[in-house]
Design a protein around this ligand. Structure first.
Ligand code: SAH
Ligand code: SF4
Length: 342
């Protein structure tokens, strides 16, 4: 049995055999344009609604919902059919809402500062499990009178390590949910073959690269995959992406106290970012159980940003959304596991 969002229009057609042909379009439209569940599609006969709901169940069961920042951040921890858990974060901004989705249960990349990396890899999410996160967030946004405008692939997991399913989800979000490519952002730890594939796709999505260090010694330490895909090659891949797509490139930089927040770090980062006109997103590190080092304090964050700007690099400080509800990458699951273990 395929989940609702793992079902294609062809699967739906098979299920609707014997029904008038317009039903397929009606259900598809209800799902993707109205964000309605089959049981809510009152234009369908009741027995059909029930048949759809049974034959194509949802893939994500709500485990925990946490609300932070006075209602501006909502985080869901979902249980999957096989017992794995993933999370999704919805952030409301004045003009539109953004959802941060997971692409894997766990992650095999082993970045020591990341709660997801600390927990190890479980499995790839299916396309439907990724799309459903956006659907559920879109419904929540709609229910609070807002519109979901942006999707960032920055939750648990490495999108490029689950490329085919991730990309099928991007296409579904674009073609069926109607989100424009410039409102979709794929974040990678720096998997070069993935960046190259992205550059060859038709849809020009935004690319974010989690850099965190601008010399190989430090980056090998913080982001172990740098040994396989070192900075020089990574920067070349970013330049090719830029040339192919003309989209804004951004570098993510988690500011870690006394590790990557010195003037020399800013100088190295500026030297990489400036020729690519890359935008730098600074975010103070959220300490995690496995990496208790503190994030840079507010004054240090301001200084670091100033050093970049003085060197002609665009930099913004990402609001540390949802810290109180553990809304940093993989942290809600870490907390839930800790709680259930104690
Ligand atoms: N695997 C992809 C996308 C998921 S991680 C990637 O690494 O880009 C999303 C972002 O959260 C990355 O920029 C990652 O470096 C950052 N991140 C992970 N753990 C963090 C922490 N404890 N504090 C702040 N940012 C963190
Ligand atoms: Fe994986 Fe990204 Fe976490 Fe690194 S930062 S372990 S790549 S999820």
């Amino acid at each position: 049995m395929r989940s609702l969002f793992d079902s294609s229009a062809t699967d739906l057609g098979l299920l609707l055999a014997g029904e008038p042909r317009f039903r397929i379009e009606q259900v598809w439209h209800g799902l993707y344009r109205e964000l309605a569940l089959p049981e809510e599609m009152t234009t369908l006969p009741r027995p059909l609604r029930e048949r759809l709901a049974t034959a194509m169940p949802l893939a994500l069961a709500l485990d925990t919902e946490s609300v932070g920042d006075g209602g501006a951040t909502v985080k869901w921890l979902w249980s999957l059919a096989d017992g794995n858990a993933v999370e999704t974060v919805l952030m409301h901004y004045p003009r539109r809402s953004t959802v941060c989705v997971s692409t894997q249960a766990g992650c095999a990349m082993g970045c020591g500062f990341c709660a997801t990396g600390q927990a190890g890899f479980e499995r790839n999410l299916t396309t439907g499990e990724i799309v459903e996160q956006v659907f559920r967030a879109g419904r929540a946004a709609k229910a609070s009178g807002r519109r979901l405008g942006n999707v960032v692939f920055m939750g648990m997991g490495e999108p490029m390590a689950n490329y085919d399913r991730m990309w099928a989800a991007v296409e579904r979000l674009h073609d069926d949910l109607g989100l424009s490519a410039r409102h979709l952002t794929v974040s990678t730890v720096g998997i070069i073959p993935g960046i190259n594939r992205l550059a060859a796709e038709q849809l020009p999505v935004n690319l974010a690269v989690s850099l965190h260090a601008a010399n190989d010694d430090l980056r090998n330490d913080l982001v172990p995959i740098n040994r396989r895909y070192p900075l020089g090659d990574l920067v070349d891949a970013c330049a090719r992406y830029l040339a192919a797509k003309g989209r804004r490139l951004s570098f993510e930089w988690a500011l870690i106290d006394a590790v990557n927040d010195r003037p020399s770090d800013a100088a190295e980062l500026a030297a990489l970012a400036k020729p690519l006109a890359a935008h730098v997103n600074l975010i103070p590190l959220n300490p995690t159980p496995g990496y208790p080092t503190r994030g840079t304090a507010a004054a240090g964050v301001r200084d670091f940003r100033r050093w970049l700007i003085d060197r002609g690099v665009n930099a913004t400080v990402r609001q540390n959304r949802g810290t109180a509800i553990d809304a940093a990458c993989g942290q809600l699951r870490a907390t839930a596991t800790k709680l259930s273990a104690s």
